[in-house]
Design a protein around this ligand. Structure first.
Ligand code: ATP
Length: 227
C-alpha cells in the first residue's frame, strides 16, 4: 500500500519496486552510493526519468557523488511498507497457480501467499510447500481469519468474475488477475491484469513488425505490462 503522506505520480510509483530491488542488491554488495547513470543502466530507465522520480522522494543526487544508497533504501523500504507483511491468497491451483506457490515472493518484497483455494477434490486438503489448499466454500471465512488483503487469480477465465464478486464482499483491496477475463470491480478495489499469452504474442508481433527503436518508449524502456 502506498505511504499515506506521499503523493507521487503513478508512473513513478510503478518503478519503485524496480529501484528497490536493485538498491537492495547494491547495499548487500557493500556499495554506499550510486549514480543515476549506473542506476539507469541496471534498471533500463533513462537517467532523466530516474532523477525526476528521485526528486519526488527528496533525494537530490550530488554531482560527482550520486545518491546515497542507505538513504534511498530506507526511503523505499518505508514507502513500500516493507516492514509490514502483506498476506496474499492464491485462487486456482492449476499449472500457473502451483508455480506461484513454489515461488518465493518474500525474496524480493514483503508479500507472502498464506492460503490457496481450489474446488478440485484432489487438491483441497493438501499442501504445496507450507501453503494449505482450502475449498472455495471456505473463502470468505478463511480470508477474514487470516486478514488477507490481496488475491492472485489463476482460475479458468469463465469463473474469474463470480469469484471476484465474492472477493469484493470480503476485505480484499487488490487483485492480481492472471486470467484473460476483464474484471468488473468497484472503484475501491484495484486490479492489475497480467495476461501472459497476450504479452508473449505482443512481443512476437513487435519483433516482427517494428524495428527496436519504435518498439520502446522515447525514454528507452518498454511499457510495463500491468494496467
Ligand atoms: P493453468 O491455467 O494455471 O495452467 P490448468 O490448465 O492446470 O491451470 P485450469 O483449468 O486453468 O487448469 O484451472 C486452474 C485451477 O483452477 C485448477 O486447479 C482448477 O481446479 C481451479 N478451479 C476451477 N474452477 C474453480 C473455481 N470455481 N474456484 C476455484 N478454483 C477453480
Amino acid at each position: 500500500m502506498p505511504h499515506e503522506t506521499l503523493k507521487i505520480p503513478q508512473a513513478t510509483a510503478k518503478r519503485l519496486p524496480l529501484y528497490y530491488r536493485f538498491l537492495k542488491n547494491l547495499h548487500s554488495s557493500g556499495k554506499q552510493r550510486v549514480s543515476s547513470a549506473e542506476l539507469s543502466e541496471a534498471v533500463k530507465v533513462d537517467s532523466a526519468t530516474i532523477r525526476r522520480d528521485f526528486s519526488y522522494f527528496g533525494a537530490l543526487g550530488k554531482k560527482g557523488y550520486g545518491y546515497n544508497v542507505n538513504y534511498l533504501l530506507s526511503f523505499f523500504s518505508k514507502t513500500l511498507d516493507q516492514d509490514e507483511l502483506t498476506k496474499v491468497a492464491l485462487i486456482g491451483v492449476g499449472n500457473l497457480g502451483t508455480a506461484f506457490l513454489h515461488y518465493n515472493f518474500l525474496k524480493n518484497n514483503n508479500t507472502k501467499i498464506e492460503l490457496a483455494f481450489d474446488v478440485s477434490a484432489d487438491k483441497v486438503g493438501t499442501k504445496i510447500g507450507d501453503v494449505e489448499i482450502c475449498h472455495m466454500d471456505e473463502l470468505e471465512e478463511r480470508l477474514a481469519d487470516q486478514g488477507i488483503s490481496v488475491a492472485i487469480l489463476t482460475v479458468p477465465a469463465q469463473v474469474a468474475q463470480p469469484i471476484t464478486d465474492r472477493l469484493v464482499h470480503s476485505d480484499i483491496q487488490g487483485i492480481l488477475n492472471f486470467t484473460p477475463a476483464r474484471l468488473n470491480v468497484p472503484a475501491s478495489i484495484r486490479v492489475h491484469h497480467i495476461d501472459l499469452a497476450v504479452e508473449l504474442q505482443s512481443l512476437v508481433y513487435f519483433l516482427k513488425h517494428y524495428p527496436m527503436e519504435e518498439a520502446t518508449e522515447p525514454d528507452g524502456h518498454a511499457e510495463p505490462f500491468i494496467d
